[in-house]
Design a protein around this ligand. Structure first.
Ligand code: TXA
Ligand code: MG
Length: 313
């Protein structure tokens, strides 16, 4: 922790880095986050790469307050009551998405819902107020490791990938936010800092997360985006009537979307969900998808493609 003046300068540098599409180590009251502009798919792709995530889990869109959150997500009375009771603070609400661009497809992992949270840490608040937009921030650990609760731990985990970092001292809560979806019945998706009892006091009994979620497999916590058209993976080109998701050099044309003409996996990740949607919306009999390498972000890309193709539950 440092002087208020220095904190202001560091917060301004963090905002500039976010605007430039860079990553920032961001303190919150729960755990440290690895933050990026949620509207910028290339920046969000960098988060997944830095964490070494084998899957594109949907990320939380962090905002300063309820007014900002209402621009991104659709709140009903129950969601508003929870925000009034616990924000700013360690509660994340999963709601229908309102502004699909404010939290891009990659940040939402292609879902029609978005997770929003207004964190309580003063430095996070300062950054979010100045930045105005939503900030995607998973915990700053590398995939499969514990969430960092000190600046030193966060920096050691993913600092290498960050252009800026804010030392907000040790996290007050030290445990991730509680995740509740308000879609039909309010549902507890992840227990966390705000207790079930505290939430039920506001919205009544919580339904359990669906049976198919998983403590077994964290990537299955949410239903995954699946296009209407069947996917054919590992395709060198489209058959008649198929749309084609190319990767690497491929002649442009009608019905062809190229995830990355240069074969750049970060670019492909940034384009994946939006191009899947665009290809699907063109009404093809199927979507053929070019093979992508399994290394680096390729593992997450291929995981999502296999899920979209129905090969994984
Ligand atoms: O305390 C926290 O929540 C920390 C700090 C940095 O804010 N962030 C955090 O993010 O824990 P992350 O990415 O590690 O966990 C986000 C959780 C995941 O379990 C994810 O599946 C869930 O939120 N989630 C995000 N968007 C969702 C959605 N649209 N539907 C269902 N679950 C969602
Ligand atoms: Mg995490």
């Amino acid at each position: 922790m440092c002087s208020p003046d220095q904190q202001r300068r560091e917060a301004a540098a963090a905002v500039a880095a976010l605007r430039a599409g860079e990553l920032v180590i961001l303190p919150t009251e729960t755990v440290y986050g690895l933050a990026a502009d949620a509207a910028d798919p290339a920046a969000v792709a960098r988060i997944y790469a830095a964490k070494g995530r084998p899957q594109f889990n949907p990320l939380i869109a962090h905002v300063a307050d309820l007014a900002q959150a209402e621009r991104i997500a659709v709140f009903d009375e129950r969601a508003r009551a929870l925000a009034a009771a616990f924000w700013p603070g360690p509660l994340t609400l999963v709601l229908p998405v309102r502004d699909r661009g404010a939290a891009c497809e990659l940040a939402r992992a292609g879902l029609d819902t978005v997770a929003v949270r207004a964190p309580g840490h003063p430095l996070a608040q300062a950054v979010l107020r100045a930045f105005q937009g939503a900030v995607a921030a998973p915990s700053a650990n590398r995939s499969g490791r514990p969430s960092p609760t000190t600046f030193a731990d966060a920096w050691a985990e993913t600092g290498e990938a960050a252009a800026a970092g804010l030392d907000g001292g040790p996290c007050r809560v030290g445990l991730e936010s509680t995740v509740v979806s308000i879609l039909d019945a309010p549902r507890l998706l992840r227990p966390g800092a705000v207790t079930r009892d505290a939430i039920e006091a506001v919205v009544g009994l919580l339904a359990e997360a669906e049976a198919d979620d998983g403590r077994r497999s964290p990537g299955r916590l949410t239903r995954h985006y699946a296009p209407n058209a069947p996917l054919r993976l590992g395709a060198a080109g489209p058959l008649p009537g198929e749309a084609y998701l190319a990767f690497g050099p491929y002649p442009p044309g009608d019905g062809v979307w190229n995830l990355s003409p240069t074969g750049d996996l970060a670019e492909a990740a940034a384009n994946l969900f939006s191009m899947l949607r665009a290809a699907d919306a063109s009404g093809p009999i199927g979507i053929a998808v070019a093979p992508a390498p399994e290394d680096g972000l390729g593992e997450a890309i291929n995981d999502r493609l296999r899920r979209a193709a129905g090969h994984v539950g």
